[in-house]
Design a binder for this molecule. Structure first.
Ligand SMILES: Cc1cc2nc3c(=O)[nH]c(=O)nc-3n(C[C@H](O)[C@H](O)[C@H](O)COP(=O)(O)OP(=O)(O)OC[C@H]3O[C@@H](n4cnc5c(N)ncnc54)[C@H](O)[C@@H]3O)c2cc1C
Length: 396
């Protein structure tokens, strides 16, 4: 299957690509050595331009101001937006808000939708997703120490989380906590609860320094201590014991979007690598691209990008036509394959740029640093590989 975009989608992609090239990539030079939050004012102007072009929130529901495009279309949009670190944020479809929007829309009450979902889609507030804990293995999501106990009309939450991305400046967190520890099924013990970040007992301990960068605001990863944190029981999302059902819903399409953003990153680094290889002289008469070794970097990267792109679109096609359950194996395959392919492509691009690649004069070093995490978050490589092999071996 060629996975050609429709005429209408191609027109949208053309507009997005032009916007990325003209409005966003030129901003990157100013970003050097600064944190994302320093640009929030400037980025808000770009967001308004996107709203005026009626390209805001491509994957989110129309009734709340989004475009509500099908998954295959949004996958290609993520590829286009992945070419710049500002892309998703400026078009209103950045993680972790996108995943939170999905579950709020599917499982939220009318009151929760008005209070949290609408301003989130409109880009007036931000949110975070608070599941991973400091003391226990995040790779085993049935093992949570955070509890939410009923007390009168409230839940009282106690626990110690970290890597709650974007928590700094968020209005609320969706917190995974055990509400039914006595349930026989390990998968029915946890629930998701909406916790306003100004609730008593919500303590942001610190923004974790990651690869030498203490991100702030949208680009933060927080450690959070929930100490007798009290929220009304209406803040439960989708009902008690539904945490894993919601987590599954959240991660299926989410992984398509992550992986297509990574394809966008690969495209960007590949373009930089090829241009540099053709322009950088290694002798007065020869450029880097004259070397056969450099040609193998280019060929291997082209293969990494093409295989990744086709595999992600194939998984998106299965989700769109059959549902997430039928795509579980394919979702796990793309998660580890594309994360590793991206790292190989970024690494080759950096190598070809030599000292320039290590500098912050191109975005390659930033991608190298930031996107190493792709092999860890949303399930480490090993976890997905084990899951894929298990599913395959069942057939033998
Ligand atoms: C940049 C970044 C952003 C993140 N954002 C969020 C967020 O917004 N919200 C949130 O809740 N969490 C977030 N996380 C946390 C992330 O989901 C976890 O780090 C991940 O699930 C792994 O859990 P862990 O760190 O506890 O590693 P562990 O579970 O302790 O595993 C450590 C390592 O052991 C190996 N391993 C684990 N299990 C197995 C196994 N069964 N077999 C073989 N090897 C295994 C893997 O190599 C793994 O990397 C983020 C993490 C990062 C790095």
């Amino acid at each position: 299957m060629a996975f050609e975009p429709s005429e209408k989608l191609q027109a949208i992609l053309d507009m997005i690509n032009e916007f990325v090239d003209k409005e966003l990539i030129p901003m990157e030079a100013e970003m050097k050595g600064k944190e994302f939050f320093a640009f929030e004012g400037e980025l808000e102007k770009k967001r308004q331009m996107v709203r005026d072009m009626e390209l805001w929130a491509p994957l989110h529901p129309k009734e709340f101001g989004g475009m509500e495009l099908p998954l295959m279309d949004t996958a290609m949009i993520y590829e286009a937006l992945g070419r710049t670190p500002f892309g998703l944020y400026v078009f209103g479809c950045q993680a972790p808000d996108a995943g939170n929007i999905e579950i709020l829309h599917k499982f939220g009450t009318e009151e929760q939708k008005e209070k949290w979902l609408r301003p989130l889609i409109e880009g007036k507030i931000r949110s975070c997703f608070s599941m991973t804990e400091v003391e226990v293995a995040g790779s085993n999501p049935t093992w949570l120490l955070t509890t939410a106990e009923k007390d009168g009309d409230d839940y009282v939450i106690n626990g110690h989380k970290w890597y709650s991305s974007s928590a700094d400046g968020s209005k609320f967190a969706i917190v995974m906590a055990e509400t039914n520890p006595e349930n026989e099924s390990l998968h029915k013990r946890a629930s998701m609860i909406i916790v306003p970040t100004d609730a008593p007992g919500f303590n942001l301990v610190r923004n974790i320094s990651v690869m030498g960068h203490t991100g702030e605001g949208y680009a933060s990863h927080a450690e959070i201590s929930y100490q007798n944190c009290r929220v009304p029981k209406e803040n439960i999302l989708g009902g008690e014991g539904m945490g894993f059902v919601l987590a599954q819903e959240r991660l299926g399409p989410g992984r398509i979007h992550h992986c297509m953003r990574w394809v966008g990153i690969m495209n960007r680094c590949f373009g930089l690598m090829c241009s540099y290889a053709k322009s950088r002289r290694r002798t007065p008469t020869e450029v880097l691209a004259d070397s056969d070794i450099i040609k193998t970097y280019i060929a291997d990267s082209a293969a990494d990008i093409l295989s990744s792109r086709l595999m992600v679109l194939n998984a998106a096609y299965i989700i769109q036509t059959k549902g997430v359950k039928d795509a579980m194996k394919d979702i796990s395959i793309i998660k580890f394959h594309v994360a590793n392919a991206m790292q190989r492509v970024i690494d080759r691009a950096l190598q070809v740029h030599g000292g320039l690649g290590m500098s912050d004069d191109t975005p390659i070093a930033m991608y190298y640093r930031q996107d190493r995490a792709a092999r860890i978050y949303d399930g480490a490589d090993e976890v997905h590989k084990i899951s894929v092999a298990r599913r395959i071996l069942k057939e033998y």
